[in-house]
Design a protein around this ligand. Structure first.
Ligand SMILES: Nc1ncnc2c1ncn2[C@@H]1O[C@H](COP(=O)(O)OP(=O)(O)O)[C@@H](O)[C@H]1O
Ligand SMILES: [Mg+2]
Length: 181
């Protein structure tokens, strides 16, 4: 077996931590800015902390591996996803997924900014994780000498429905089966 360097962060077997939990706060919408609630979540990127209900008696702090406040797509990708893509290209099984309430910025983060008609903005700055990861994978493969076969699907689960974000037609496969609600 070929010797491979362990992935950054170590392995489960050697007690290292291979799961990163990262928070990205999106900018507030106009309605949120104009609403009466003020800032209900405050990011402290340097401390990798988030304050919920800051400045109130109910204030709580939560610590994560990284916290991004209004960060450009490139900054998030370079810090969080690029190392994972590199590990995947090196042969490790890797997963990146976006989790959160509706409207918190998952689609923007994964796909990028969109036009009114739903099509993706072609400019590089607003491109999301999917575009950047695909670009990085092919750049890495093109730089090597080996022959490659790449199979790609980008899966989204929404309301128990599974979609491949790269498919021309979204099928909305129902998860679970067995007649559940
Ligand atoms: N980082 C961001 N910068 C600017 N706008 C954002 C950002 N994240 C989300 N948005 C905007 O906020 C709205 C909700 O984001 P969206 O990605 O659709 O949320 P979700 O997929 O989690 O339901 C969209 O109009 C999106 O363009
Ligand atoms: Mg979405």
């Amino acid at each position: 077996m070929a010797a491979r360097a362990p992935p950054p962060g170590g392995t489960v077997a050697d007690g290292g931590e291979n799961i990163s939990v990262v928070v990205r706060l999106r900018p507030r919408s106009r309605a949120e800015v104009e609403g009466k609630d003020g800032k209900v979540v405050l990011a402290l990127p340097r401390e990798a902390e988030v304050k919920v209900k800051p400045g109130t008696p109910a204030e709580k702090r939560f610590t994560f591996d990284k916290v991004f406040d209004d960060a450009p797509q490139a900054a998030l990708f370079d810090a969080v996803v690029a190392p994972v893509v590199d590990q995947a290209v090196a042969g490790y099984s890797c997963t990146v997924f976006a989790y959160g309430q509706t409207g918190t910025g998952k689609t923007y983060t994964m796909e990028g900014a969109k036009r009114e008609d739903g099509s993706l903005m072609p400019d590089a700055e607003s491109a999301g994780i999917v575009t950047r990861a695909v670009r990085r994978i092919f750049a890495a493969l093109a730089a090597g000498r080996a022959e490659w076969i790449v199979k790609i699907s980008f899966l989204e689960i929404y309301n128990e429905r599974l979609d491949d974000l790269l498919a021309a037609v979204r099928r909305g496969w129902r998860l679970g089966g067995g007649g559940g609600a």
